[in-house]
Design a protein around this ligand. Structure first.
Ligand code: SF4
Ligand code: SF4
Length: 111
């Protein structure tokens, strides 16, 4: 599923925090804008011919820092990730979807 922004996404639930979330939004398809460049090993081309962030076999974005369950390229993350509002409607929807049908959490890298 790709990210689609909605009118009600500006209504934010302040109780929601990424610190207490399994980064479930990082399982969504992230389309890169034409002027966005990411390292080749983090990029795939989807069935529409669009550059997207690669997702690993576990379903999470290949750029996820699996030890801390947060973006591993935070400073240079794609624009669509920058627009994704913590606690916004789409975030809340993804959290509900994951709560109903939780995906197995990624295996953390060996210490
Ligand atoms: S933006 Fe929402 S879904 Fe994504 S990590 Fe933060 S709380 Fe979780
Ligand atoms: S680039 Fe970062 S914020 Fe965006 S989906 Fe991947 S891990 Fe999540």
């Amino acid at each position: 599923m790709s990210i689609v922004f909605r009118d009600d996404d500006q209504l934010v639930d302040p109780a929601v925090s990424c610190d207490r979330c399994a980064a479930v939004c990082c399982r969504l398809t992230v389309v890169l804008m034409p002027d966005e460049v990411q390292p080749a090993h983090l990029v795939d081309v989807d069935h529409r011919g669009l550059d997207v962030m690669r997702r690993s076999a576990d379903g999470w974005c290949a750029a996820l820092d699996r030890e801390h369950m947060r973006c591993g390229i935070y400073e240079t993350r794609p624009s669509i990730c920058r627009k994704f509002a913590m606690g916004g409607a789409y975030c809340r929807d993804e959290r509900k979807t994951h709560a109903r049908n939780p995906a197995p959490l990624p295996v953390k890298p060996a210490a």
